[in-house]
Design a protein around this ligand. Structure first.
Ligand code: NDP
Length: 254
């Protein structure tokens, strides 16, 4: 019996929103398992610094700026990555943001912004990379959702809608792309310490509620996503597709 490996040597991974937070952590994990990593974001200074950190860790890493809401920039990113490295084997569709407000205070512009980055961005990048992966007849797409794609929570109208949408398109893409040897899965983290959640987690009362919602009584760290992303990016997950894997200390299992 051939035992599939977690080794990613020779694979090229594209990680959107890889300049910091969860995207950076996952790029680091993929690099540690041998992948060549291309990270993207809009804030170029942070992006170049992240590239340097990945290279200093000994990984083959490059930063390419790209706004995931802009189709022309995405097409340029995909073309440039393929021109440099020949393929895109792994996509971590991660760039995202949040605006937390009670329902009656959500502005139309808040809704449009969150949906544009979190849902339209995932769609545009996924579509452009899927075309390339279909030609290659190989690919691993990992969409970064949230437990809020599965459960509800106050003040998360736009964000939860976007993440629920990600879960659904993960299932649709999984079936459409299966004939091309492409798997499509989503990771649904609960609260992970990043620049996005730092302020939210600094409120002691809120922090207490959050950790008590988990079985493990703690928030997640970047390293908690390393194993799951490497698993879904590698041939170890060859018969896993269309799945939403929540990384949440047991939160959604109750
Ligand atoms: P951060 O705010 O720490 O990082 C977000 C990343 O996305 C940055 O690199 C940012 O760079 C990039 N980004 C934002 N908007 C765009 C855009 N329009 N185009 C390209 N890049 C963009 O967030 P997290 O690391 O916390 O979150 C990453 C993902 O994980 C998101 O999808 C989030 O919803 C999800 N998630 C996070 C959880 C958490 O607790 N932290 C829990 C569940 C899910 P720049 O702004 O410079 O473009």
């Amino acid at each position: 019996m051939d035992i599939p490996t977690f080794d990613l040597t020779g694979r090229t991974a594209l990680v959107t929103g890889g300049s910091k937070g969860i995207g950076f952590g996952m790029a680091y994990a993929l690099g540690a398992y041998g992948a060549r990593v291309v990270i993207t974001s809009r804030g170029e200074e942070e992006g170049w610094a992240a590239e340097e950190q990945l290279q200093e860790a000994g990984f083959d890493a490059a930063y390419l700026p790209c706004d995931v809401t802009k189709k022309e920039q995405i097409d340029g990113l995909v073309a440039e990555t393929v021109a440099r490295y020949g393929s895109i084997d792994i996509l971590v569709n991660n760039a995202g943001m949040n605006i937390r407000k009670p329902l009656i205070e959500v502005e139309e512009s808040d809704w449009d912004r969150v949906l544009s980055v979190n849902l339209k961005g995932i769609f545009l990048v996924g579509q452009a990379v899927a075309k390339q992966m279909m030609e290659q007849r190989y690919g691993k797409i990992i969409n970064i959702s949230s437990i809020l794609g599965t459960i509800g929570m106050p003040y998360q109208t736009s964000y939860a809608a976007s993440k629920g949408g990600i879960n659904q398109l993960t299932k649709v893409w999984a079936e459409e792309l299966a004939p091309y040897n492409i798997t499509v899965n989503a990771l649904g983290p609960a609260y992970i310490r990043t620049p996005m959640t730092e302020e939210w987690l600094n409120d002691p009362e809120r922090y207490r509620q959050i950790i008590n919602a988990t079985m493990q009584k703690r928030v997640g760290e970047l390293s908690d996503l390393s194993g799951p992303v490497v698993f879904l990016a590698s041939d170890a997950s060859s018969y896993v597709t269309g799945q939403i894997l929540n990384i949440d200390g047991g939160w959604t299992a109750r």
